[in-house]
Design a binder for this molecule. Structure first.
Ligand SMILES: NC(=O)c1ccc[n+]([C@@H]2O[C@H](COP(=O)([O-])OP(=O)(O)OC[C@H]3O[C@@H](n4cnc5c(N)ncnc54)[C@H](OP(=O)(O)O)[C@@H]3O)[C@@H](O)[C@H]2O)c1
Length: 321
């Protein structure tokens, strides 16, 4: 079977298609035939050597969807089950061994593409907007990069909670995706001379109640200065680089800063599965619309990484083995 590996850190050109034996299962694992694997910024960070503790050679890919083709002695899954998973390294592959605690069933009316495209970012958006920082109806939230990934899912979930979203996207061709996700207003950053002023104007000078920011350094100043008094800044990623060390004294009076490093890292397997099942139900009932931008054959993983890093894509990229 084929696996995409990173023999040494570097550009997308380092990615290799390797032939490997089918993995042997531990009693608690199942073997899944991968039908769709998600391509995430996290994979690109891993390829570039930016993830602490990861050393080459690395088998790439962390999430996906597929069909169970063999089960370990202790697994309750059955051959033929349609399943999705998250945080299983080596998911860019024809087959992957998945620990049973990382599996969630896919409802019949959800495609493999939607399950693979929606689970990880849906779980993150769910955790951010419902658990880490519950967003009440009637409030206004700023969400950056709302045309794809976590930003688009946040826009959908926050809107469903009865709050209004001011979305930002980097380029004009991304605006439609954010609007279709339910954003109240969409600001195109490339076309907005003073983003902070535009956000203030939309909130009658008050500022927003929440700012969800996965860009890190690039938009930190805008996000923090757009908050109303007692507003909450939520930092969940650094797609645009790490925020330099902060002098809290220099920050606006009365704002709250929340850092969410992982996707609910302290929850039990049971809690994770409940949340994952919720995300699947949301995909099934349309609360979450999973936008797939492009799909690629497994062997074109390098091109998928180039496209993701171009910042031009709108929606999720998937590898189809
Ligand atoms: N805390 C967690 O649990 C968690 C979980 C998943 C993801 N994340 C983080 O959240 C951020 C977004 O991840 P995602 O899964 O939503 O990614 P995605 O689906 O690939 O979306 C990426 C979006 O980020 C924006 N972006 C800003 N700077 C970028 C850059 N230098 N290269 C590529 N895209 C850039 C782009 O939107 P614009 O062009 O409109 O800005 C792009 O559409 C990442 O930093 C990721 O590590 C955190």
């Amino acid at each position: 079977m084929r696996v995409i590996s990173v023999p040494a850190f570097g550009s997308p050109d380092v990615l290799r298609v390797e032939e490997r034996p089918v993995p042997e299962l531990s009693p608690s694992e199942v073997l899944v035939e991968v039908r769709a694997a998600g391509v995430n910024l996290m994979d690109s960070y891993m390829r570039r050597g930016l993830v602490e503790g990861v050393v080459p050679p690395v088998s790439l890919g962390a999430d996906g969807a597929g069909v169970v083709i063999a089960v370990g002695a202790d697994s309750t899954a059955r051959i033929g089950d349609r399943v999705a998973w998250q945080f299983v390294l080596g998911s860019y592959a024809d087959m992957v061994a998945v620990p049973r605690e990382r599996l969630v069933p896919i409802p019949d009316d959800v495609t493999f593409e939607a399950a693979a495209g929606g689970l990880m970012q849906g779980l993150t958006a769910q955790h951010l907007s419902h658990d880490a920082v519950p967003v009440p109806g009637g409030t206004v939230a700023l969400v950056h990069s709302a045309a794809s990934g976590v930003g688009r899912m946040l826009t959908q979930l926050i809107t469903a909670r009865g709050a209004r979203v001011i979305a930002t996207v980097s380029r004009p061709h991304k605006a439609r995706s954010a609007a279709e996700a339910g954003a109240w207003k969409v600001l195109v950053r490339d076309e907005t001379a003073d983003l902070g002023a535009a956000i203030r104007e939309l909130t009658d000078g008050e500022g927003v109640d929440f700012a969800f920011d996965g860009t890190g350094r690039s938009l930190f100043d805008v996000s923090i200065s757009s908050l109303r008094h007692k507003g909450v800044f939520v930092h969940y990623g650094r797609a645009g680089g790490a925020i330099p060390p902060l002098d809290l004294w220099e920050q606006p009076d009365g704002v709250h800063l929340v850092h969410v490093r992982g996707d609910a890292p302290h929850e039990s397997t049971h809690q994770w599965r409940q949340r994952a099942s919720q995300v699947m139900r949301w995909i099934s009932d349309g609360t979450l619309d999973v936008l797939i931008d492009r799909t690629y054959p497994l062997g074109d993983a390098a091109q998928a990484h180039r496209d993701l890093e171009s910042q031009e894509t709108v929606g999720k990229l998937l590898l189809i083995p």
